[in-house]
Design a protein around this ligand. Structure first.
Ligand code: NAP
Length: 108
C-alpha cells in the first residue's frame, strides 16, 4: 500500500499546502497525510482557536510542519485575510485543498 513515506515532491522544497475545513473530518485527514509526507500545511478553520488546536495536535505527533489560520470559505473578507496570512506566514502557496463546503440553507 502507498503511504506518505512514498511521496516525492517535484520542486526543490516540499510544497506549502492549505487545507480548508481542516479542523475535522476529511480535511483534517488530508492535512495530516500531506504533513506526514513532508509538506508544510496550513490548517484552517472558521474558528482560529480550533485551527491552532488542530495544528498543535498534529505537530505533537512527530516531525510535522503545521500552522493555523482562520478561514470561512463563505466570507470573501475571510478568504482575503487568509490569503494575506498565508503570504505572511510562508511566502508561498503551492497546493490548495478546497475541502470545506459552504451549504446554503433551503427555504421552507
Ligand atoms: N463525508 C462524506 O461522506 C462526504 C461525501 C461527499 C462529499 N463530501 C465533501 O467532502 C468535504 C469534507 O467532508 P466532511 O464530511 O469531512 O466535512 P465536515 O466534517 O462536515 O466539515 C469539515 C470541516 O469544514 C469546516 N467548515 C464548515 N463550513 C465551513 C466554511 N464555511 N468555511 C470553512 N470551513 C468550513 C468545519 O470546520 P470549522 O467548524 O472548524 O470551520 C468542519 O470541521 C465537504 O466538502 C463535503 O461536502 C463528504
Amino acid at each position: 500500500m502507498v503511504g506518505p513515506a512514498d511521496v516525492t515532491w517535484p520542486g526543490e522544497l516540499p510544497p506549502t499546502c492549505l487545507v480548508s475545513g481542516a479542523s475535522g473530518g476529511l480535511g483534517r485527514a488530508v492535512a495530516e497525510q500531506l504533513a506526514r509526507a513532508g509538506a508544510t500545511v496550513v490548517i484552517t478553520s472558521r474558528d482560529p482557536g480550533r485551527a491552532a488546536a488542530t495544528a498543535i495536535e498534529l505537530a505533537g505527533a512527530g516531525d510535522i510542519r503545521a500552522m493555523p489560520a482562520g478561514l470561512d470559505v463563505a466570507d470573501a473578507n475571510s478568504v482575503d485575510a487568509a490569503a494575506r496570512a498565508v503570504a505572511d506566514l510562508t511566502g508561498r502557496l503551492d497546493v490548495l485543498v478546497n475541502n470545506a463546503a459552504a451549504r446554503r440553507r433551503r427555504r421552507r
